[in-house]
Design a protein around this ligand. Sequence first.
Ligand code: ADP
Length: 204
Amino acid sequence: MNYVRLRNAVSVLNNELHRSMNIILFGPPGAGKGTQAEKLSSHFNIPHLSTGNIFRENIKNETALGKKVKSILDSGQLVPDETVVELVADELDKDAYKDGVVLDGFPRTVQQAEALDSYLEKKNDRVNAFVTLDVPEEELVNRILSRGEGRSDDTPAKVKTRLNVYREETEPVLNYYQEKGAVKAIDGVGSIDEIFDRIIASLY
Ligand code: ADP
């Protein structure tokens, strides 16, 4: 075997051995996805990608994307799939995500989940774990209304809209992954560290 062929074989083998870690954190608004995603991101040393944070950052900086999505976020409805899918694909293409990602707030519709699957398939990659945080609705509303982050969508009426949108458009994503068998359902009530320990235990 000449040198070039050997080098190609090594590179193929490296790709086979390279295991990235793609985790989806799922759950209704107020379930604590952002908090746990941050902790998972430091634990596994892979970046946290929050579509909600990216949109809020763009709105704050008054970018073209920010101007496009501001009224949608303010209303508590979802940004169109096309826009979100393009944003996430562009982000995941970056070298920073070569070892994987903790996704928070995406996928939020079945179409987004299908788009993510085909994106990962093309890269010979997959979703390793789909972690869903279970929190009773009453607690969700209390948490959101008392967190005081000053978000324009954290008012009682907007929270109601977001919960309805979650039930109608986002919850079907759970069934989608349940059929694939990757779902870890975690009790999302307790201290931040207790919940984190439950998530970690479910991943091993
Ligand atoms: P929460 O889970 O508390 O509702 P997020 O920060 O995840 O908050 O999302 C805030 C808002 O950003 C959503 O209500 C929606 O308008 C928009 N958004 C975030 N992620 C998506 C997504 N994947 N698809 C469509 N809209 C999204």
